[in-house]
Design a protein around this ligand. Structure first.
Ligand code: PMP
Length: 417
């Protein structure tokens, strides 16, 4: 163990986890490349927070310019937060034309749930069986992937998974949500919301087919609850559209939660929703988040959104995503590759020990991730059995990076499988 690992444990304690068998000490980043203390370069095919690329000049400029003027909160008038809210809500379909700001995805989900609970009068929440929605005590109880159990007013349903399930995954998802709402009702709990990550990342990345969320959303609404689309991970262009739910024609969530890429690394989160919901919430409650929507965060958020738009990153993710999917498809020649799925610049490669039984190759997935890091390429793993390689690069990824990534993955799978 290096001195810095020892120091870290003695100072930060036992709850933090590191990536990779040989943890990285990164000191600098630029675009899709990061560099460690020894000056070694890694290709970043994992981090979605620096959506524009690491240390993007537009973000650095907006942040330093505003920090040099004033950084204050939402109890004072300031134009930037209004311009940001207008620019952000303009990207959503009607009637989603109001925004509130937080400092993280967790706070965004927490706020969305407060609004949903206030409006519906319910406390019940339905999530998928390996979901992750955040760090607060409320959200930890709605994040079964943490392995600490769920809160009493929470019900879990299987994610719509076209690889492990057969038949109409959307219909099955809808039936499971209807049954969960009914189970809550029988326990004397009114359902407040169906809360789902629209990319089902923790469940292994499941996006589509078209219409696959419709039955579930109809079921929760029929039971008196609201649909919260958690776009914290999938939002801001990665899917090939600015918001992942936009791939579902006609689907308009009641609340959308945002975070991670929203500030390109600066802590910015938010909720986009309808006026009528905020009218009810605002009449019964108030919301002051000291740092949420502060002047610097608003300037950064606006710069990130403007740059995503001016650089055409959603279209770029869509186009390059097709090339990435095609390149990854060649990996099917490895018997351990059970499934390859994804959308835009967001893909999962599920590793199995047996294509017939689809038994998870969990240890192999971790070994591949670690070996890729040794070879200078950063990826992750996700899924219920942690056997899906997670590819989720900054959107500054280009065609040569796709080649570098997939060539390395092919080499590592040959070496280890
Ligand atoms: N929702 C989803 C889908 C997430 O992936 C995350 C973060 N991994 C969160 C919510 C929580 O966001 P944060 O860590 O910014 O609080």
């Amino acid at each position: 163990m290096t001195a810095s690992l020892l120091d870290r444990r003695s100072v930060l304690g036992a709850a933090y986890r590191l990536f990779y068998a040989e943890p990285l000490a990164l000191v600098r980043g630029s675009g899709v490349e990061v560099f460690d203390v020894a000056g070694r370069r890694y290709l970043d095919a994992y981090n979605n927070v620096p959506v524009l690329g690491h240390a993007h000049p537009a973000v650095v400029e907006a942040l330093t310019r505003q920090a040099g003027l004033i950084n204050t909160h939402t109890r004072y008038l300031h134009d930037t937060i209004l311009r940001y809210a207008e620019a952000l809500t303009a990207t959503f379909p009607d009637p989603l034309n109001h925004a509130m700001f937080t400092c993280s995805g967790s706070e965004a989900n927490d706020l969305a749930l407060r609004i949903a609970m206030t409006v519906t009068g319910g406390t019940g929440v339905i999530v998928t069986e390996n979901a992750y929605h955040g760090v607060t005590a409320l959200l930890a109880g709605m994040s079964p992937s943490l392995g600490i159990g769920t809160a009493p007013q929470v019900r879990t349903v299987p994610a719509p998974d076209s690889y492990h399930q057969s038949g109409d995954v959307g219909a099955a998802f809808g039936a499971a949500v209807a049954a969960a709402a009914e189970d809550l009702r029988r326990s004397g709990v009114q359902v407040a919301a169906l809360l789902v990550d629209t990319t089902f990342a923790s469940d292994g990345i499941h996006v589509g087919p078209v219409g696959y969320l419709d039955a579930a959303v109809a079921a929760v609404r029929a039971a008196g609850g609201l649909f919260i689309a958690d776009e914290v991970q999938g939002g801001f262009g990665r899917s090939g559209k600015l918001w992942t739910f936009l791939h579902q024609p006609g689907l308009v969530p009641d609340l959308v939660t945002l975070g991670k890429p929203m500030g390109n690394g600066h802590p910015v989160g938010g909720v986009v929703t309808r006026k009528d919901l905020l009218d009810v919430f605002g009449a019964r409650s108030r919301y002051f988040n000291t740092f949420g929507g502060n002047t610097v965060s608003a300037a950064v958020g606006l710069a990130v959104l403007s740059t995503i738009q001016s650089e055409g990153l959603p279209d770029h993710a869509a186009t390059l995503g097709v090339d990435l999917a095609a390149a990854l498809d060649g990996l099917r020649r490895h018997a351990v590759v059970g499934d390859i799925r994804g959308i835009g610049l967001y893909h999962g490669v599920e590793l199995v020990t047996d294509r017939g039984t689809k038994a998870p190759a969990t240890a192999l997935a971790k070994a591949v991730m670690d070996e890729m890091a040794r070879d200078g390429i950063l990826i992750g793993v996700c899924g219920i059995a942690s056997n899906t390689l997670k590819i989720r690069p900054p959107l500054a990824f280009k065609a040569p990076h796709v080649t570098e990534l997939v060539t390395a993955l092919d080499r590592v799978l040959t070496r280890l499988a």
